[in-house]
Design a protein around this ligand. Sequence first.
Ligand SMILES: [Fe+2]
Ligand SMILES: [Fe+2]
Length: 284
Amino acid sequence: MKHWRVEQIAWDRFEPSKVDPEIIPLVKAAAMVERNGGDYAIYLKRVFKDDPDFSRAADHWAEEEIQHGDALGQWASLADPGWDYAAAFERYRNGYSIDINANASIRGSRTGELIARCIVETGTSSYYTALAEATEEPVLQQVCKLIAADEYRHFKLFYDHMKRYLAREDLSFARRLRVAFGRVGESEDDELAFAFHCANEGPGLAYSHDRCIAGYMGRAMGFYRPRHLERGMGMIFKAVGLEPRGRLSQIAARGAWRLLCWRRDRYRQALSRMAPAAPLAQAA
Ligand SMILES: [Fe+2]
Ligand SMILES: [Fe+2]
């Protein structure tokens, strides 16, 4: 059972004058990645093939991720009526795929796989919270709040299964930490960058990872505030087995905030070198 449905969103409350044009390309790109959740469920069910409880949960999870894509896609179609969600997603599907033929987790263990999933859900939960708080457009606010609540539930889902496997596999703290940091670093790989390309750039322009990740991150990073990183760091700490609200978590969150500001500015500089006239979100 899903917690909400796309039809329940108050689409008629859409206010075009309150749309920040810098948020539209992000919503379009996020719709691609979310809509692609079905493939990840196939992969997860192969990795956990003798675990019916988890397999059922993975199917349910993917249904919610796909719905996130559809809700974001529908909002982006309202904000930009000329945009074709289905065609953009088709391009994404044709050009990007994860390896679903795995018999074991690419993270080296089931515990590692579940920690990596916790990191992804931490990222999405923080991101949609940040977008919901940043936008003044009421429908996008509603969509992002609903999605952020789902992402937090997903974190808890993967965390609970992770604890079960941790008791069995006894993955060392160092390995848990390595998986978590590894997955954080992957956020700047092709998955999002190529989604940005398919959702926002014409077919005449060849894909460039550097251009597209700058297009995505230069905008997205501008919507975060320190409180989002504090909360996210607490979730990461919890996932690797550290005290989520302790002093170390606060220090790490402050460091992450400084790193984010530095990365954001670097991406923005890259963006302005590519297109000097392109407007960007207000600096935090
Ligand atoms: Fe999602
Ligand atoms: Fe999720």
